[in-house]
Design a protein. Structure first.
Length: 168
């Protein structure tokens, strides 16, 4: 029979708190951005021409909730990894950059009603996500793979953003 030491229990509790913080931070950023951006979405967005393959509105909240959770888990895997902090700096920076750009996209597109500037912004976000995957994968392959659904969704959203801008 093995017994757990107080130090191991403390590490496990610390890791669980890091996971909770990472997920809640990502979810809060997404929720806040959506809240700010959606206030102006109503009639302006409804009047825009959209492609026939535009997903229904009810799909976005659950998809983004899942993607933010996956982002949080991926970040947690990097944060708790034994790699020296100095070697994680690029990964942290890339993650913060993509999250910052993610926050602003809804606001630019919906609140500022600017599909063109949102398109430029989402393309920058796409690059930042790819950079994050690159840096995360050097530390944790799992963390890099957890961001693949995110990069696929943002790639789709980029094409959708371009199409809406073109049609209008």
């Amino acid at each position: 029979m093995t017994t757990t030491t107080p130090m191991r229990n403390q590490r496990n509790a610390s890791s669980i708190w890091k996971l909770i913080i990472a997920i809640l931070t990502c979810e809060a950023i997404g929720f806040t951005s959506g809240l700010i951006g959606s206030a102006a979405m109503n009639s302006w967005f409804d009047k825009l021409q959209k492609p026939s393959w535009n997903p229904p509105a009810y799909l976005f909240a659950p998809v983004w909730t899942l993607l933010y959770a996956l982002m949080g888990i991926a970040f947690w895997l990097i944060w708790k990894n034994a790699t020296p902090e100095a070697n994680k700096r690029n990964a942290y920076f890339a993650f913060a950059l993509q999250l910052f750009l993610n926050f602003w996209w809804s606001i630019i597109f919906f609140k500022l009603q600017s599909p063109f500037f949102a398109l430029i912004e989402i393309l920058l976000m796409l690059l930042a996500i790819l950079l994050t995957i690159f840096h995360f994968s050097k530390i944790s392959k799992t963390a890099g793979w957890l961001l693949v659904p995110y990069v696929l969704w943002v790639s789709f959203a980029s094409v959708l953003n371009y199409t809406i801008w073109s049609l209008n």
